[in-house]
Design a protein around this ligand. Structure first.
Ligand code: SF4
Ligand code: SF4
Length: 182
């Protein structure tokens, strides 16, 4: 059965990105526990893929966690510059360290700065003074939310990859954080 849902999008204009990394800084601060208590771009859910010599900066948002590597790879050539395989991929996978919480190794995912009260727009958009990031919302039809059994399977996949101790530790910290914010 289909239901209406809000699709949140951040449009990225690579030509406007100057590599300042303000988006990484504010994202890591917003998701610190307690909120704004620390800054560490390694914990950001957006990373800027840089090639200063070619003057190219590409912001990439953390997407879904996957326990398996891709069987095939892409290789991009843009303006004559070749990018490494996986450079622009949003997935959190075993191939690389990108979008993994540095202490626990658990996957990070962009949550569009969901919080209570709701922000007018994600903070990386607000703090991108170069206007390389633009926030948009639209309504779309989608399948109903996954049944609880799917959540169990997701947790089990995380536990197989990282161990139950790390997963439970992260869940506990999230619960404490939500308790503080409620
Ligand atoms: S804040 Fe904007 S200009 Fe700066 S690195 Fe991020 S996307 Fe690029
Ligand atoms: S939308 Fe929020 S959570 Fe996602 S990358 Fe930007 S600041 Fe981080």
């Amino acid at each position: 059965m289909k239901t209406e849902k809000t699709v949140k999008t951040i449009k990225i204009d690579v030509d406007k990105c100057n590599g300042c990394r303000a988006c990484e800084v504010v994202c890591s601060a917003f998701h610190a526990q307690p909120r704004y208590s620390s800054v560490n771009p390694a914990r950001a859910r957006i990373r800027v893929i840089r090639d200063p010599l070619a003057d190219i900066f590409v912001p990439v948002y953390a997407g879904e966690y996957t326990a398996a590597e891709c069987a095939g790879r892409d290789r991009y050539t843009i303006d004559g510059k070749q990018y490494e395989e996986c450079a622009f991929c949003r997935s959190v996978c075993p191939s690389r360290d990108l979008f993994k919480e540095p202490d626990s190794g658990l996957p990070l995912k962009c949550d569009m700065c969901e919080s209570d009260p709701t922000l007018q727009e994600p903070l990386c958009v607000t703090w991108c003074l170069a206007d390389a990031l633009v926030y948009e919302e639209r309504t779309a039809l989608a399948e109903k939310a996954p049944a609880p059994a799917d959540v169990d399977v997701g947790l089990e996949a995380l536990a197989n990859e990282h161990g139950w101790a790390k997963v439970l530790d992260a869940v506990t910290r999230m619960s404490v954080k939500m308790g503080r914010e409620s």
